[in-house]
Design a protein around this ligand. Structure first.
Ligand code: HY3
Length: 344
């Protein structure tokens, strides 16, 4: 049998979120920057993303990353992040999985006890510091691109919820942040389906009523994730909170969400709730954790911003070789509205 496509993929999860990594079977992609490579895939070669993420090969609650040669000489590798419906400039759980797979498969030489290198995401350079022991990546800390607040305490109208107070912030993607209690949620697993329903409605309402554009990259615009923020707690001097992020086309991030955590760090810092040098433990709806930290202050396009860092751990789950039989009627898969919510 001759297959028309063979793609090697390493399965990995960070804090429960499955973010697989393509390690073979795909050549370099045209584009002078990682962002341009991402746009090339989006506009001219989206079949790879659909082949891997749509059914019957993929599932709605996963992402996949394509490792590419970097365009910036200081980076060890580049990667493009593919999600269920689109490409994103940055993602926390995907960065942790990609760094772990690069090190644990030897694509980047592991140094124990600490491996440090730069990865080139579409949004820019990300500094990786991985704690390694006995061939295992025990944790990955990455310094994200600067995170900043677009607006605090905005009122939006949401069908079925009425008026809702929200914040809007960038953490690698653009988030609408809602106090979970204001929408009636405690961020517990039994609420997951209802949170998705409401989160998608809040996202659509916020995207329409609060248009925003990244001040330095006009191709990054529009709110595309909802973060339900659980109440801030202080446990023995450690600040922590639960949260739930609704990812398109309508499912909960299994991890505490790295980019969402960065957006929340920016909001907390802007409200005086978290200082430079302070750590914040963010918990997911399934009880897993990422640690966030404000490394320093900076600015983006004239807006005050922070330099956030996120720490988490990933585990390899599988080595797949996905193939396409030329007679397969679903070369780019399919989606069905029982799990893949349809959008208006
Ligand atoms: O950690 C994050 O930033 C994300 N996790 C899956 C969806 C988001 O990209």
């Amino acid at each position: 049998m001759r297959f028309s496509r063979m793609v090697n993929v390493v399965g990995a999860h960070a804090a429960g979120e499955l973010n697989e990594v393509i390690t073979g079977g795909v050549l370099d992609v045209p584009g002078a920057t990682m962002f341009a490579k991402m746009q090339h895939l989006e506009r001219h070669a989206d079949d790879l993303r659909q082949f891997l993420l749509h059914e019957p090969r993929g599932r709605v609650s996963q992402c996949v990353n394509l490792i590419l040669p970097p365009t910036l000489p200081e980076a060890k590798a580049g990667f493009v992040i593919m999600e269920s419906e689109y490409y994103v400039p940055m993602s926390g759980s995907n960065t942790i999985c990609t760094a772990t797979v690069l090190l644990e498969t030897g694509m980047i030489a592991m140094q124990e006890p600490v491996s440090e290198f730069l990865l080139e995401a579409p949004a820019g350079l990300v500094r990786i510091r991985a704690i390694c022991e006995g061939g295992k990546v025990k944790s990955v800390t990455f310094e994200n691109l600067p995170a900043f607040v677009f607006a605090l305490d905005q009122m939006i109208e949401v069908e079925g919820l009425g008026s809702l107070k929200v914040d809007v912030a960038y953490g690698g993607m653009i988030y609408v942040l809602v106090q979970a209690a204001d929408a009636g949620f405690a961020v517990t697993p039994d609420e997951a389906a209802h949170m998705v329903e409401m989160g998608e409605r809040i996202k659509a309402a916020a995207a329409q009523q609060l248009p925003v554009v990244h001040p330095e990259n006009r191709d990054i615009h529009t709110i595309n994730q909802t973060l339900f923020a659980g109440p801030l707690r202080d446990e023995g001097g450690q600040k922590r909170a639960r949260n739930g992020v609704i990812v398109s086309p309508g499912r909960l991030d299994r991890s505490p969400c790295g980019t969402g955590t960065c957006a929340r760090l920016a909001v907390m810092h802007a409200r005086g709730l978290l200082d430079v040098g302070e750590r914040f433990v963010h918990e997911s709806i399934i009880g897993t954790e990422f640690i966030g930290e404000v490394l320093g202050k900076t600015e983006v396009g004239g807006l005050p911003a922070i330099r956030p860092a996120i720490t988490g751990t990933a585990w390899i789950t599988a080595f797949h070789q996905y193939v396409l039989d030329p007679s397969d009627p679903f070369p780019t898969g399919f989606t069905l509205g029982d799990m893949w919510r349809a959008h208006d």
